[in-house]
Structures are given as structure tokens and as C-alpha cells.
Design a protein around this ligand. Structure first.
Ligand code: ZN
Length: 78
């Protein structure tokens, strides 16, 4: 089975091809690294967004809890 790699132009290219059939760029070394860095930075961005939305959910839960606790302490305080 042949391995597929991705060119810097974003197209899938058979790893045995030295030149990208889509854009004609040489499909080796630093190009691969650039693509990997792109993929990783996109992943990091997605993970950061996921984390932010998770934190926001937790914050709203805490707010709701605080309201409930406030009600409870008011009730028990009297
Ligand atoms: Zn290409």
C-alpha cells in the first residue's frame, strides 16, 4: 500500500512522487514540515476553542450553583 502525504498546497500526493502533480512543487523535507506545522497549529486552535467553551460551560454551572447556594443560605439564615 502506498503512503499518501500532503503537499504544501494542501493536496494529497503519493509519497513516492517527488514533485506534486497539482502545483509542481518538490514534495520533500521542509514542505512536509510546513504542512505538519499547519496541521498542528490548526489542531491547537481547535483544542483551545474546545477548552474555552468547556470553561464557559463550567463557569455557567458554577454561577447556577452559587445562586442555589445563595438561596439556601438565605433560607437557612432566617
Ligand atoms: Zn502541491
Amino acid at each position: 500500500m502506498d503512503f499518501i502525504t500532503f503537499c504544501a498546497c494542501g493536496k494529497p500526493v503519493d509519497e513516492t512522487f517527488i514533485y506534486c502533480p497539482w502545483c509542481g512543487k518538490q514534495n520533500r523535507d521542509h514542505d512536509d514540515k510546513d504542512v505538519l506545522e499547519n496541521v498542528f497549529s490548526q489542531l491547537e486552535e481547535k483544542q483551545a476553542n474546545d477548552r474555552i467553551s468547556r470553561v464557559k460551560k463550567i463557569e455557567s454551572k458554577i454561577e447556577a450553583l452559587e445562586k442555589e447556594l445563595g438561596l439556601l443560605s438565605k433560607l437557612s439564615g432566617k
